[in-house]
Design a binder for this molecule. Structure first.
Ligand code: SAH
Length: 226
């Protein structure tokens, strides 16, 4: 597997250039936070998808990652990271511990890991967690903790979080997660079922303010584990 990874990094130069173009596109699409743009420029997205899809890794499109799930398109990954960092109008703030729900192939977690001290990431599919854990180890990404579990309940043992990012859509804000937000922190999630909007909830003391942004399309957040 290490060998397989090494042979795949053979396209390294090309992919660095392709990533540069992706970052320019993100800028045109309105991503403002330079720290997020730098992170997007560094994480080798092609190593998070199957080799057969590698050549499409930097297109602005969602791609299948097995188990009926998809990796989100680069724009939405950058957008959620920017919102988590409060960086919509410019530089955001550095993050301590972040909770991601929906580890999937680990790409978004790897981007968040560039912006945070530590990322705890849950997925309900055990096999996906196992596969992604190996991938993150091979890529020497050491500040992501993949965990198997139902993200609906968050991760109380690791709370409070400086940001919570949910990578799957749900019809309401999971209330248990709000109590796991640190003061001043934000939860970013796709809200809704058939029609979804990107939603940001910010905690200030006991006050929670909710904002609804653009329309998005995510796979559903499902109950229980598999
Ligand atoms: N961020 C991922 C994309 C995730 S797709 C990436 O970069 O690849 C959404 C993921 O959410 C899927 O892997 C799915 O298994 C997971 N998921 C759905 N419901 C969940 C739940 N209740 N708890 C944890 N993970 C869940």
């Amino acid at each position: 597997m290490v060998e397989a990874m090494n042979s795949r990094t053979g396209i390294g130069m090309t992919s660095a250039r392709t990533r540069g173009r992706m970052v320019e596109r993100l800028r045109e699409q309105g991503i403002r936070d330079e720290v997020v743009l730098a992170a997007m420029g560094e994480v080798p997205r092609h190593l998070f998808v199957d080799q057969a899809l590698e050549s499409r890794a930097y297109e602005d499109t969602a791609l299948p990652i097995g188990f009926g799930q998809t990796i989100s398109n680069p724009y939405i990954v950058a957008r959620m990271a920017e919102l988590a960092r409060h960086g919509e109008a410019g530089p955001g703030r550095p993050l301590g511990r972040v909770l991601e729900i929906g580890l999937g192939c680990g790409y978004q977690a790897a981007v968040l890991a560039k912006l945070a001290r530590e990322v705890v990431s849950l997925d309900r599919i055990a096999q996906l967690v196992g596969k992604t854990r190996v991938r993150l180890r091979e890529l020497r990404i050491n500040n992501v903790r993949p965990k198997h579990g139902d993200g609906m309940h968050g991760a109380k043992d690791f709370a409070p979080f400086d940001a919570i990012v949910i990578a799957a859509a749900f019809g309401e804000v999971p209330q248990e997660l709000l109590s796991q937000l640190a003061d001043g922190a934000r939860l970013v999630m796709p809200l809704g079922h058939a029609a979804q909007t990107l939603c940001v909830i910010e905690r200030n003391g006991d006050q929670f303010t909710e904002r609804h942004l653009e329309a998005v399309k995510f796979v559903p957040l499902l109950p229980g584990v598999a």
